[in-house]
Design a binder for this molecule. Structure first.
Ligand code: NAP
Length: 269
């Protein structure tokens, strides 16, 4: 299996390394560099990865570099590692950042460096991530395959065109937060009806888990699954009417549009 460097051991960096290890990768093949060296040490103690405080040293000799820093520092970090990447045989550079194009990374790397942009999401931490890969102009099928293989250990992978990235961020990159918010609201609603918070939490989160499994396992349209549980004149259709009257669909259109627009704006700076 490949040797990887993860630059930025924050939420996404940790989700990725934890997932790779849980998927069978030897932690000694994972280099992690972070801004604060205490954080690299913390990750070393927890996962036995190889910690670095210097980004360029961390990428020395690795097959794939995952840039997991915030978008505002991503190009600067890419610039810092460019020479070391060029000195390696053939290293693929993968950016996990929202709003940073392949072209702006390719511009600071040596000519011909394969660059891919990935939109991950945090369920990666429990092996249920959704990653969308948009290859840059120097990334070939083999590069896509190699990165897909790594990301498959932490969830599902889709290859997309970079022009779809704004919409993909709205659909998978940001959507775990929408769902957490939805469950949070469900729990409060249960508490308001008199349930203990722990009981409401268990019922709400198991229901969302079960509903997601049904969607995946039956392959049915969500509209069909919903209609199956709405008996005429029953309780569920009464709740569905209330959700529709409260503007659930409009809310979702606006939320997705807001995330996509924000990603597009970030790319302009
Ligand atoms: N969170 C999500 O749900 C999500 C979803 C999809 C995509 N993303 C993308 O994933 C990327 C990381 O997001 P995140 O939520 O994981 O952020 P985060 O938790 O803030 O992690 C960023 C990490 O980068 C480190 N860092 C900062 N500057 C650095 C430098 N110059 N060199 C090395 N490491 C440096 C930070 O270290 P310190 O803590 O020491 O500053 C921190 O550990 C972002 O670009 C974001 O767009 C995030």
């Amino acid at each position: 299996m490949s040797t990887v460097a993860i630059i930025g051991g924050g939420k996404i960096g940790e989700a990725l390394l934890a997932g790779l290890i849980a998927g069978g990768m030897n932690p000694k093949k994972i280099h992690v560099a972070n801004r604060r060296s205490e954080r690299s040490q913390e990750l070393k103690e927890q996962y036995c990865i190889v910690p670095f405080s210097d980004n360029a040293q961390a990428v020395d000799g690795v097959d794939v570099v995952f840039l997991c820093v915030k978008p505002n520092v991503l190009v600067k970090v890419a610039d810092e590692i460019a020479e070391a990447v060029d000195n390696n045989d053939s290293t693929i550079v993968v950016s996990m950042a929202a709003g940073v194009s392949n072209a702006s990374i390719e511009e600071v790397m040596a000519a011909g460096t394969p660059v891919l942009r990935v939109m991950p999401n945090t369920p990666m931490l429990v092996g249920k991530g959704t990653s969308a890969i948009a290859p840059g102009r120097f990334a070939d099928e083999e590069n896509i395959e190699q990165v897909s293989k790594l990301l498959t250990t932490v969830g599902t992978v889709e290859v997309i065109a970079e022009s779809d990235m704004d919409a993909v961020i709205a659909m998978s990159g940001s959507s775990p937060a929408y769902l957490f918010l939805f469950v949070e609201a469900m729990i409060d609603a249960g508490v308001q009806l008199g349930l203990k918070r722990e009981v409401a939490k268990k019922l709400a989160s198991n229901s969302i888990y079960g509903a997601a499994a049904m969607l995946q396992e039956t392959g049915e349209e969500p509209a069909q699954l919903r209609s199956n549980v709405c008996s005429p004149g029953g309780t569920t259709i009464a709740a569905v009417r209330s959700l529709e009257e409260s503007g659930l669909r409009g809310m979702m259109y606006r939320a997705a549009e807001a995330a996509a627009q924000r990603n597009a704006e970030m790319g302009k700076h």
